[in-house]
Design a binder for this molecule. Structure first.
Ligand SMILES: CC(C)(COP(=O)([O-])OP(=O)([O-])OC[C@H]1O[C@@H](n2cnc3c(N)ncnc32)[C@H](O)[C@@H]1OP(=O)([O-])[O-])[C@@H](O)C(=O)NCCC(=O)NCCSC(=O)C[C@@](C)(O)CC(=O)[O-]
Length: 384
């Protein structure tokens, strides 16, 4: 395993309060015998969120064909988890309005990929889950349930074509102000609704991801987000049956010391690293530094967005998620294995940012493409 010592001398502040140690939950990341499935070695799982988080704020309607093309291109790069859409109110997020057609497409076509795929869709309430479930019901054998996905993953040498697995994602906030703006309700009300969604999704044997937004800074309440509140919400989600907690640094306000503090708080609350994913936005350019902190802590699942697509409607000037290209290059330079083809992702980043008319926001992506062009030109000059 790669040795990461950059922040090993950093001493976190003490965590003054813990959530009840008596709380109990078992997530689907546990095998029946209790052994953790996640390999805490040098493998890092990247969750590609460009097609949902990356595109949801675009004002101009992006054609369905472009979204499907993006998802299919990403699937060929070695990325195994792809967030593909959101069953949210079209009045709130019009760009996600054709998520049902995207799900239909995924279920009706064999999407070529290097590894078994999981596609994730957001659902803010039972109405959203019902819309997704109605489509799944039309194609009951076209996808793997969570039980089937775990069995396939456990099967030695399982190769050949795989049906995709489906995941439902719910999303609460760590602050009341953000919850009101994003979900039009309090955190407590949102958790009640998400409890219903999670129960129904688990009854349908679907994997559930639970986001908590603004964990390291809120556009309305500032930097001082209470890490204990984050730990409480994460614990609530796990008790409801969520399989994974995705910690959203929505505004990119997170810093290395506060990332460390937050993760220590979650650890003291009994939340396991293998149940946590980090979702960093790069607005302040801190995403890779915070990634090192999380890696040192033992986290091995990170979200990213091809080309650095994205933004936050409530954070003026917010840039997108950390770019997938930057994450692949950075993680592999540390000796970690992502399984993702950097060249292929760099091509997709250039293509989709051009399609959407956004600046290409991946330093690594641009550098890879420039280096490739230079090599080609030198080759031509050599031949002449
Ligand atoms: C939660 C609500 C619906 C409440 O919105 P509301 O207005 O309070 O709810 P409502 O129940 O009064 O519904 C309003 C209208 O929306 C419809 N509606 C209601 N639900 C649905 C649904 N599921 N699908 C389709 N339509 C729906 C409903 O039928 C109704 O239509 P009308 O009767 O007026 O014609 C709304 O606030 C909403 O959709 N919010 C989602 C906002 C969103 O998608 N934000 C972005 C995702 S979160 C994120 O990006 C952060 C993350 C995850 O990336 C991590 C990070 O970076 O932090």
């Amino acid at each position: 395993m790669a040795r990461l010592t950059l922040f090993s001398r950093y001493l976190p502040r003490s965590c003054p309060r813990q959530v009840s140690a008596a709380r109990r939950y078992a997530t689907a990341s546990s095998t029946p015998d209790g052994a953790s499935q996640q390999r805490l070695d040098n493998h890092v799982k990247l969750v590609e969120v460009g097609a949902r988080d990356g595109l949801q704020n675009e004002k101009k309607s992006i054609p369905l064909a472009t979204k499907i093309d993006l998802i299919e291109r990403l699937a060929k790069t070695g990325l195994s988890s792809i967030e593909a859409g959101a069953f949210v109110s079209p009045k709130w997020v019009p760009q996600m309005n054709n998520s049902g057609e995207i799900l239909e497409h995924i279920l009706q076509h064999d999407i070529p990929s290097r590894s078994p795929l999981t596609f994730s869709f957001l659902a803010p309430n039972l109405k959203g889950l019902d819309s997704a479930s109605a489509i799944l019901a039309k194609h009951p054998t076209a996808f793997e349930t969570e039980t089937q996905r775990l069995a396939s993953a456990a099967a030695e040498g399982s190769s050949g074509p795989h049906k995709p697995a489906l995941e439902i994602a719910v999303f609460a906030a760590a602050t009341e102000s953000f919850s009101q703006k994003n979900l039009n309700c309090s955190v407590a009300t949102s958790l009640e609704r998400f409890g219903e969604v999670i129960r129904a999704a688990k009854d349908a044997d679907l994997r559930v991801r639970a986001y908590i937004s603004v964990v390291l800074g809120c556009p309305f309440e500032g930097y001082d987000v209470n890490p204990h509140r984050v730990a409480e919400i994460a614990t609530d989600f796990l008790e409801m049956g969520a399989d994974e907690i995705a910690l959203g640094d929505t505004t990119g306000m997170g810093t290395a010391p506060r990332t460390k503090d937050l993760l220590n708080c979650l650890r003291k609350a009994g939340i396991r690293n293998e149940d946590i994913a980090m979702h960093f936005h790069n607005t302040y350019g801190q995403a890779l530094v915070n990634t090192v902190v999380a890696l040192e802590h033992g986290i091995r699942t990170f979200d990213s967005s091809v080309g650095g697509l994205g933004g936050c409607p409530y954070s003026p000037g917010a840039s997108g998620n950390v770019a997938t290209e930057d994450m692949v290059y950075f993680l592999e330079s540390l000796g970690m294995d992502t399984g993702v083809d950097l060249d292929a992702v760099a091509d997709i980043g250039a293509w989709i940012t051009n399609e959407v008319g956004k600046p290409h926001d991946s330093s690594v992506g641009k550098a890879v493409l420039a280096a490739r062009l230079r090599t080609k030109e030198e080759g031509k000059a050599g031949e002449a």
